[in-house]
Structure formats: structure tokens, C-alpha cells
Design a protein around this ligand. Structure first.
Ligand SMILES: Nc1ncnc2c1ncn2[C@@H]1O[C@H](COP(=O)(O)OP(=O)(O)O)[C@@H](O)[C@H]1O
Ligand SMILES: [Mg+2]
Length: 273
């Protein structure tokens, strides 16, 4: 029994990924990445562009295969996409000709969920993201932030065990982004789904995560992992320390690219020390 309960929800075992290059060589996007994620965890993948965050997320989604190593969910090897792992991208791909409710119901229609159950779930998850009054609107009548919440409700309504999110809030303005973060935190607390969240914002990762996986480039790999909790989040000193520690790691990853590129890659204000 204890063996079952202690099994990680997601397990990434020594995953490497190489891509062929145009010149006939190969490019190593991920090198021996190992990571276990527990069932109720909110884990962020944080790192500069090109460190393999999306590649790792897509391998866990089953959209890509590792060149070596293995990924599994609840002990079972992941070989293809599955309804137990929902993916939310930055570009949320809603259908403009459908209403908000119609969009949330679409994947449930594909999965042949009965109509009354579809309606019920659409209502439940739309209200969880604060859009209970917008079900009859068309998506083009909503702001970008609201559209991303529809995409989130759509993913949740399929009742996945795992939510894989690739920079879902990067297109939002700063205020909307904070609201979306607060809403996702609330949703995580209410549902205790496993969430793997890709971001290149230090502050975004710090605000929401149970653990932050800092990744580096050339080759893409895990550099360090930080755990945090709400008690720590209330300690200004500890937070400043954590932020500084993360930035120290990121600086090492970014600076070799040259000063010009450095500033734009990671969002948030770097501590001066
Ligand atoms: N299909 C592909 N073919 C070749 N190279 C790729 C492919 N997908 C990603 N890469 C390369 O792998 C590296 C990691 O990409 P990615 O996972 O998208 O990084 P991130 O999401 O952290 O920005 C990048 O250098 C990218 O150019
Ligand atoms: Mg990416």
C-alpha cells in the first residue's frame, strides 16, 4: 500500500533529447533530466529560452519521444498523449464560431461525454475561473485574459489528473497576468491536480509553485530545484534570499549569451546583489 501512495504521479528518468541539425549534426536539447513530481504538486520549470522547457513538457505530454530515458505517469510509461494529461499553451486555440460553453464542451463532445454531464461540467469549471456569467458569449467578445481562462476551464473539464501548461500567461498584460496567477493558485488548491507550469518569469514561479526547477542551456538540463511553501512566501527575508539564489543561477546561464540578449530573456527584476 505504501509503495502505491509514494509512487510519483510523474516520473522523468534520465531523459535526453537530441534533434538533427540542418548540417547533418545533432543538437542536444535535453541532457539526462531526472525529476519526480508528486500527485498534488505545483511544479514550475524556469529557465532562459532554449533550455528545453517546452521539449520536456511535450515529452511528458506524449507529443514528443525522448531520445533516451523514460517518462511515466503513475508508474506507466508515457508513449502518447492521453486525456489524463491536459495541455494548455500560450496560444489557446479557441473556436471563434463557438460560444464559451461550446468551447469548453468541445473536447468532452469528442470524448462522447453525455450532454447533461457536459453542461454540468462546463458550468462547474467556468465558475471556477470566474466566467459563470459568460457561457453564452462568443470568445471574440472576451479579453485575452478571459480567453485564457476559457482554455483553462476547457482543459479542466476533461478532468485530467495532470495539467501541463507552457507559458500560458506570457501573452497577458501585467495586471491580467497577476489575476490569472491568483486564479490558477486557487484552482490548484481546490482541485489538487498535478500542475507542471513552464515559465521564464522568476516572480511567477515564486508566486505559485511548491517547487521550482531551474533549468540551464547548452545542453538543456536541470541546474537546481527549490522548494517553497506559503509560510516562506510570507517571509520577506527568505523570499529575497530565494529570489537572489535563483537569479544567481540564471545569470550564469544567460550571461554567456552576451549582454544584449540577457535582459529580455527572463522577466522580473533581478536583485542587484
Ligand atoms: N523540432 C526541433 N528541431 C530542432 N531543434 C529543436 C526542435 N524543438 C526544439 N529545438 C531546439 O531545442 C532547444 C530547446 O527548445 P525548447 O524546448 O523549445 O526550449 P524552451 O521552451 O526552453 O525555450 C532550442 O535550442 C530549440 O531550438
Ligand atoms: Mg518554450
Amino acid at each position: 500500500m505504501s509503495a502505491v501512495t509514494s509512487m510519483p504521479r510523474l516520473s522523468v528518468e534520465r531523459v535526453s533529447k537530441t534533434f538533427p541539425t540542418a548540417t547533418g549534426g545533432s543538437f542536444q536539447a535535453l541532457n539526462e533530466v531526472a525529476l519526480d513530481i508528486a500527485a498534488e504538486e505545483f511544479v514550475s520549470l524556469l529557465g532562459p529560452s532554449g533550455c528545453g522547457k517546452s521539449t520536456l513538457l511535450e515529452i511528458i505530454a506524449g507529443l514528443q519521444t525522448p531520445s533516451s530515458g523514460r517518462v511515466s505517469m503513475d508508474g506507466e510509461q508515457i508513449l502518447r498523449p492521453g486525456p489524463e494529461r491536459a495541455v494548455v499553451f500560450q496560444h489557446f486555440a479557441l473556436f471563434p464560431w463557438r460560444t464559451v460553453t461550446g468551447n469548453v464542451e468541445f473536447p468532452m463532445e469528442m470524448a462522447r461525454v453525455a450532454k447533461t454531464e457536459r453542461r454540468r461540467r462546463a458550468r462547474e469549471y467556468l465558475s471556477m475561473v470566474g466566467l459563470e456569467d459568460f457561457g453564452d458569449r462568443h470568445v471574440w467578445q472576451l479579453s485575452g485574459g478571459m480567453q485564457q481562462r476559457v482554455a483553462l476551464a476547457r482543459a479542466m473539464a476533461c478532468t485530467p489528473k495532470v495539467l501541463l501548461m507552457d507559458e500560458p500567461f506570457s501573452g497577458a498584460d501585467a495586471i491580467t497576468r497577476e489575476l490569472l496567477q491568483a486564479q490558477l493558485t486557487k484552482l490548484h488548491r481546490a482541485t489538487r491536480k498535478t500542475i507542471l507550469f513552464v515559465t521564464h518569469s522568476v516572480d511567477e514561479a515564486i508566486r505559485m509553485s511548491d517547487r521550482i526547477v531551474v533549468m540551464g542551456t547548452r545542453p538543456g538540463r536541470i541546474v537546481s530545484i527549490f522548494s517553497l511553501d506559503d509560510a516562506t512566501r510570507e517571509h520577506a527575508d527568505k523570499m529575497a534570499e530565494l529570489r537572489a539564489a535563483i537569479w544567481n543561477l540564471l545569470r550564469k546561464e544567460i550571461l554567456p549569451l552576451g549582454e544584449g540578449e540577457a535582459g529580455n530573456e527572463i522577466r522580473g527584476e533581478a536583485p542587484s546583489t
